[in-house]
Design a protein around this ligand. Structure first.
Ligand code: COA
Length: 260
């Protein structure tokens, strides 16, 4: 994989994707979205990769939004297409990835940046992070799933306020709202992400993928999440991970999950 706008490092089952356009505060241009999409798809196929951490390069920004310079002169059709393609290519892809994705929010996460963090399975932030959906200040609305995922994560009233006011909130406020799970110093952000990844990796990757599908089913139109849970629960009984997990428990030893 050769990319112009992202970096990928792999170590001990963890892949770290770093969005690397610091001179533009890691704003998501078309090429970066395409590269991220490709990277997530490739990493998901790598059985050795058990967790993906997504962060931004530099100490100022996770992602300061979609690249405004690329869509400032778009027509109605082009605007709609931009949102549709982006949602399909990246944001929905990340949300439904079988491999857990942790967003390590290391600075500004605005507009498309917060939307990308919200598409990840959960988020942690450094204490300098600032988050918001400022699109209405540009005369547009969030288009990469922000109007849907923000209310899911923090409730409708708070989401309405944040989107209408275009306000930027601090990492601590984001934690109070339940938007991020932990707040750390900048130095501790990636170590904490790795620590959480290591804890995840002790468990069955097959069961974790099933849990992601069942949890996400709660938010899918026309889908009964309880039914999906029943289905996924049953499927687990046919996996080698289940045999290993239950056998290890009964034999009073730590499981060594084969991941199938
Ligand atoms: N799209 C394109 N370029 C962006 C960008 C974005 N979303 N966010 C930042 N940049 C660029 C700036 O244009 C600037 O480029 P330049 O040096 O070539 O002029 C560079 O990144 C640094 O940003 P700058 O504004 O100088 O940094 P700052 O510290 O003064 O302000 C922000 C930081 C995040 C407050 C400010 O950049 C900002 O408001 N960005 C847009 C946020 C936004 O509205 N996002 C939603 C988009 S839908």
């Amino acid at each position: 994989m050769k990319f112009n706008n992202i970096l990928i490092e792999k170590s001990a089952g963890i892949a770290q994707i770093t969005i690397n356009r610091p001179q533009k505060l890691n704003a998501l241009n078309k090429e970066t979205i395409q590269e991220l999409s490709e990277a997530f798809q490739v990493l998901e196929e790598e059985t050795k990769i058990k967790v993906i951490i997504l962060t931004g390069s530099g100490d100022k920004a996770f992602v300061a939004g979609a690249d405004i310079s690329e869509f400032a002169d778009f027509s109605v059709n082009e605007g709609g297409k931009l949102a549709k393609l982006g949602q399909e290519m990246l944001f929905n892809l990340v949300e439904n990835l079988a491999t857990p994705v942790i967003a390590a929010v290391n600075g500004f996460a605005l507009g498309g940046g917060l939307e990308l963090a919200m598409a990840c399975h959960f988020r942690i932030a450094s204490d300098n992070a600032k988050m918001g959906l400022p699109e209405v200040s540009l005369g547009v609305i969030p288009g990469y799933g922000g109007t849907q995922r923000l209310p899911q994560l923090i409730g409708k009233g708070k989401a309405m306020e944040l989107i209408m006011t275009a306000a930027m909130i601090s990492a601590d406020e984001a934690k109070t709202y339940g938007l991020v799970n932990y707040v750390t110093t900048q130095e501790e952000l990636l170590p904490l992400a790795e620590k959480l990844a290591s804890r995840i990796m002790r468990n069955s990757s097959v069961a974790i993928s099933a849990a992601i599908r069942a949890i996400n089913a709660n938010f899918e139109d026309g889908v009964n999440g309880f039914d999906i849970e029943i289905e996924e629960f049953g499927e687990c009984f046919g996996t080698k991970d289940f045999t290993e997990g239950t056998t290890a428990f009964l034999e009073k030893r730590k499981p060594d999950f084969p991941g199938i």
